[in-house]
Design a protein around this ligand. Structure first.
Ligand code: SF4
Ligand code: SF4
Length: 506
């Protein structure tokens, strides 16, 4: 018997031939070749469709619908369609399956099991329309205590003795996560950096270097030093708001990165400083970091290289022992610490790692925040948390659990038009976001994308103020680690214990 046939498709393309004008816009827009014109009508190949929804959006007569083919296999509670598809794909290609975006297993979000407190009688709420609610955050290392000089002859002559480490003032506790030029397009990067500048928040460069055109946005960009050291030179280091050493990433803890050679065009080759067409492989570990002492040396070297003018941080994936690792990193001199949870997004990751390695960010934030407090280190470091911050409610809960700043990528991609089809690693993104193909990149209008990101985070900031006001808190810094203002309604009391949050009703 032949085994070369395909498994049934995930999606079914329905073209209403009654209203189809045969204009062929859909065939031009489908970058996955799922649609074609046979001279008489539009014909479809369901097996190629990824439900990116581009054809649906582009069809002028609304003739196309993509339906989920959910009755295609006999149901089974254990061998779900998803698992059967994984087995079938592997028995076909014999390799490691790749995927993109965040972990898509239906694992319960702990953020969804947390409720926020609100004032009633004794501690009045604050009306954000009439009173100031501060959402600024200072990003960087803070002094343990502030000392003033004493002038015994003139008690009014008080001056500050404490020397402050470099801090970057951002208007909202938000950072757009690291998405490199290569994983996403030039237009997508440009829209992100322009939005970050306008909002005065931070955006990550990813590990692919920084194209010259983006240097003017450097004051709002945290550049990344990953194990591949792509695009790292003194200009890259000195044109940024801060530098982050990437040890781990939530979507692929313990893993490096791989940008296939076919995506390394002249733009990427120039920015990453590697030959055109060569694979950009970041090793799994940094081959010069095997201990906290090694890490501390790199932190110190980067501080020297930037003449102590910008904060230097470290990013780790949220794993079982994040708390002691975090303590080591802070003692090693990091000014900020980024923790990326197991639902964090990615342009390409082995599916087995993306879906099964790491821990939820909610637990990691609480564990790290508590441990840093126990060690009297908490105020020395800015804690950035990402990996499934989907909307403002998650951001607010992350801060209440102990983060200073929430980091996210997927909401930014969705704001730019991403339909979360999980095909970024193929470089064929029909929306011009996760691709380097010029004809696709042009589809993303930088101005529109930038404005949508600005609107998104403006909304988040307004909602943050609404919630702070309802809680009677006048600054986001006072919400940080304020876990008493959270209650747990989920099914597992052990989670509430780890979070340090009482159950609803308590
Ligand atoms: S892959 Fe996208 S554009 Fe192509 S048929 Fe499917 S939904 Fe339409
Ligand atoms: S960025 Fe593009 S390829 Fe990636 S999930 Fe979104 S729509 Fe799909």
């Amino acid at each position: 018997m032949s085994l070369s046939h395909n498994f049934p498709s995930y999606f079914h393309i329905k073209v209403d031939r009654e209203i189809c004008r045969k204009c062929k816009r859909c065939t031009n827009h489908c970058s996955y070749n799922a649609l074609s014109f046979n001279g008489e009508q539009i014909v479809s190949d369901d097996s190629k469709c990824v439900s990116c929804q581009r054809c649906v959006a582009m069809c002028p007569s609304g003739a196309i619908r993509i339906e989920k083919n959910d009755s295609y296999l006999p149901p089974h509670g254990n061998y779900t369609q998803r698992i059967r598809n994984i087995i079938w794909s592997q028995s076909g290609n014999g390799g490691v399956l790749l995927s993109a975006t965040g972990n898509d297993r239906p694992i319960r979000s702990i953020f969804d099991d947390l409720l926020l407190d609100a004032c009633q009688v004794t501690n009045p709420s604050i009306d954000p329309l009439r009173e100031t609610i501060e959402t600024k955050v200072f990003f960087g290392r803070k002094p343990k205590k502030i000392v003033f000089s004493e002038d015994l002859e003139d008690p009014n002559n008080i001056s500050l003795k404490t020397e402050f480490m470099p801090n970057f003032e951002i208007d909202s506790p938000i950072m757009i996560g690291h998405m490199s030029l290569g994983s996403i397009s030039y237009n997508a990067c440009m829209a992100i950096y322009q939005a970050a500048k306008k909002l005065n928040i931070l955006a990550g460069s990813g590990e692919g270097g920084l194209h010259q055109d983006f240097y003017e946005y450097g004051p709002n960009i945290i550049t990344e030093i990953a194990s591949g050291r792509f695009g790292v030179d003194i200009n890259y280091l000195q044109n940024a708001a801060g530098i982050e050493i990437k040890i781990g990433q939530g979507a692929k803890p313990g893993h490096g990165g791989h940008l296939p050679g076919e995506k390394v065009n002249s733009l990427i080759s120039q920015t990453r400083m590697i030959p055109k067409g060569s694979d950009a492989l970041s090793p799994y570990p940094h081959h010069d970091i095997y201990s906290i002492e090694d890490l501390a040396q790199l932190i110190s070297a980067l501080k020297e290289a930037t003449r102590y003018t910008v904060p230097i941080g470290v990013k780790i994936a949220a794993v079982h022992n994040s708390a002691p690792i975090a303590v080591g990193i802070v003692r090693g001199g990091a000014d900020f610490l980024t923790i990326d949870g197991f639902r964090g997004g990615t342009g390409a990751a082995p599916r087995i790692i993306r879906d099964h390695a790491g821990i939820p960010i909610e637990l990691a934030i609480a564990a790290v925040d508590s441990r840093l407090r126990e060690e009297n280190l908490r105020d020395e470091v800015t804690l950035v948390a990402g990996g499934s911050i989907r909307y403002s409610a998650d951001l607010i809960k992350a801060i209440a659990l102990g983060a200073d700043v929430g980091m996210c990528c997927m909401p930014v991609l969705i704001a730019m038009g991403c339909r979360v089809c999980q095909q970024c690693f193929r470089g064929l993104c029909s929306w011009g976001i996760a691709t380097q193909q010029e004809y696709l990149v042009k589809r993303l209008d930088i101005d529109v994308a930038r404005n949508r990101i600005i609107n998104l985070f403006h909304s988040w900031n307004e909602e943050l103020k609404e919630v702070l006001g309802a809680m009677g808190i006048d600054s986001v810094e006072s919400l940080r680690s304020n876990r008493d203002r959270l209650r747990y309604i989920g099914p597992n009391p052990k989670i509430a214990d780890i979070l340090g949050v009482k159950h609803a009703g308590e």
